[in-house]
Design a protein around this ligand. Structure first.
Ligand SMILES: [Zn+2]
Length: 192
């Protein structure tokens, strides 16, 4: 049901993501809004890759999906919301359930967003204010005692962010191959 061309594209994308982690200036691409096709409110991209150590999951999402806004947080309410969302995203074990046989545990969560970088700084943010769009990208690293047993990952981002996330384009690469699936609700990805 999937073409070879698609596999190649997926692998190339994942390879590039692995080689160069999602950069902090991702939002500059969003200025054109259609430049890389990723910044569409309600839509997020999820990339999963298994390896010898375990599983890496990368989310690329418009900040609006997670935060409800994309402007620099200046009000106390917005700053609180930003802090809440950051904590929620860092709790990766609550957002993804991995089949128990793999023995996985969250090792690290990294959030990259211009909105977080601007936090706490004086409002000299010339571009963040001028641009209407900002992404929030997250990378979770799970270490697994039995990575060969990695079979299922349940994505719980819809229930975690019910007001913003509508569609997740998930794709994954394992040593057995690659595939993709579009989600519109919490669901379990079958990795092989
Ligand atoms: Zn936007």
């Amino acid at each position: 049901m999937k073409t070879t061309t698609h596999w190649t594209g997926t692998l190339a994308l994942l390879a590039s993501l692995m080689a160069a982690p999602l950069s902090a200036d991702e939002h500059t691409h969003a200025a054109g809004h259609e430049q890389h096709g990723a910044h569409e409110h309600g839509v997020a991209t999820l990339s999963l890759a298994t390896g010898e150590a375990g599983l890496e999951i990368m989310l690329e999402s418009p900040a609006a999906n997670l935060l409800g806004f994309e402007h620099t947080a200046t009000s106390a309410a917005d700053k609180q919301k930003l802090a809440d969302v950051k904590l929620k995203l860092e709790a990766g074990a609550d957002l993804f359930a991995i089949n128990a046989e793999a023995g996985c545990a969250l090792k690290d969560a990294e959030i990259v967003s211009a909105l977080l970088e601007d936090e706490g700084q004086p409002s000299n943010d010339t571009h963040a204010e001028a641009e209407t769009h900002n992404d929030m990208d997250v990378t979770w690293a799970f270490v697994c005692t039995q990575p060969a047993e990695l079979k299922e990952v349940t994505v719980k981002l819809f229930s975690a962010f019910p007001d913003g996330v509508q569609t997740i384009r998930a794709e994954w690469v394992t040593d057995k191959g690659a595939s993709a699936q579009e989600l519109t609700q919490d669901d379990t990805l079958q990795l092989n």
